[in-house]
Design a protein around this ligand. Structure first.
Ligand SMILES: O=C(O)[C@H](O)[C@H](O)COP(=O)(O)O
Ligand SMILES: [Mg+2]
Length: 306
């Protein structure tokens, strides 16, 4: 596999790259925006691609928002995107649990370490859950009182059969201890994604992978990850959007999720940008499925092909 080619400013290279694809799968954090800061020329570039007849799908590992939440976020930027064009890691986890995992009826409740966006997707798939944004779990722990009650099962719900680790801005010891106890008692361990960092406000903050790391360490287990680079997610996207993988491009800012997801999914190409978590030298040194076909500084660099 040849080295990744830097094509920013090269109108011919960008035009011929775009012409190879019918569908573009876009990562969100670090590609379109950093938190609530939309990057330069993103709206114009998405419009240009739509005007060229390209299908756009937004594939984010950010579990904190539902597809509907993302549609609202796009609308707040005056970018016309419907909830049906979004495929987030919480949605991926919800359809995996409801359609593939098939938990036994008596163990069909999920313990969520998450924000409310995950709850919205689970509710839409009729998955019973506890935890998440429930304020009763956002309390300090009193070890001499709480730990014996967890150990005896008094603070545990006997119908919990799975634990889902997602990005939780309100993580605490109580949630970690409960998640650990459920896994020790046989609950399946899943994660919406394992990203170590969240690009936000121009910086890097602990991501879902970092938030859940304490439970992995305590249980000595690895989760089934349902976000990028999981190919269960790619298969679900292919099925929902009827992709021609060879004519589909993944656009991302993280090599070990976005680019790996596209390359291991057999997509026709991958495009990396430098507005998120990856430095230029990391792309130039990338090997195997983490090496993008091409890269640019920012998504707006594609606008040259208008
Ligand atoms: O920590 C996380 O959950 C991720 O860093 C973040 O949300 C990734 O989102 P994406 O770049 O896949 O849109
Ligand atoms: Mg990203």
């Amino acid at each position: 596999m040849s080295a990744s080619k830097y094509i920013a400013g090269d109108k011919e290279a960008i035009s011929s790259f775009i012409d190879k694809f019918d569908t573009f799968l876009f990562d969100c954090d670090g590609v379109l925006w950093s938190g609530d800061h939309l990057f330069e020329n993103v709206a114009e570039t998405l419009t240009m691609l739509r005007n060229k007849g390209k299908k756009l799908v937004f594939v984010t590992n950010n579990s904190t928002k539902s597809r509907a939440d993302y549609a609202k976020k796009f609308t707040s930027f005056d970018i016309p995107v419907t909830a049906e064009e979004v495929f987030g890691s919480s949605y991926s986890a919800a359809i995996y649990i409801s359609r593939i995992l098939n938990l036994p009826a008596e163990k069909s409740t999920v313990f969520l370490v998450s924000e409310s966006g995950t709850e919205t997707e689970f509710t839409a798939e009729s998955i019973k859950f506890i935890g998440g944004s429930d304020p009763s779990y956002r309390r300090p722990i009193d070890p001499p009182i709480d730990l014996p009650k967890i150990q005896s099962g008094e603070l545990l719900d006997p119908t919990v059969g799975a634990v889902v680790l997602a990005l939780d801005f309100n993580i605490n010891y109580l949630k970690m201890a409960l998640a650990t106890a459920y896994v020790q008692r046989g609950a399946v361990l899943l994660a919406t994604n394992s990203d170590p960092t969240l690009p936000y406000a121009g910086g890097l903050f602990p991501g879902a992978g970092s938030v859940g790391a304490g439970v992995l360490k305590a249980t000595r287990k690895e989760p089934v990850v349902l976000g990028k680079p999981s190919q269960a997610m790619m298969d679900a996207i292919e099925g929902k959007f009827k992709l021609d993988r060879g004519r589909t491009c993944m656009v991302g800012d993280r090599l070990d999720t976005d680019v790996r997801f596209g390359n291991e999914g057999g997509l026709g190409g991958t495009l990396a940008v430098l507005t998120g978590v990856t430095e230029r030298h990391e792309i130039e040194e990338a090997e195997g499925t983490m090496r993008p076909s091409v890269f640019v500084d920012k998504l707006g660099d594609l606008l040259i092909a208008e």
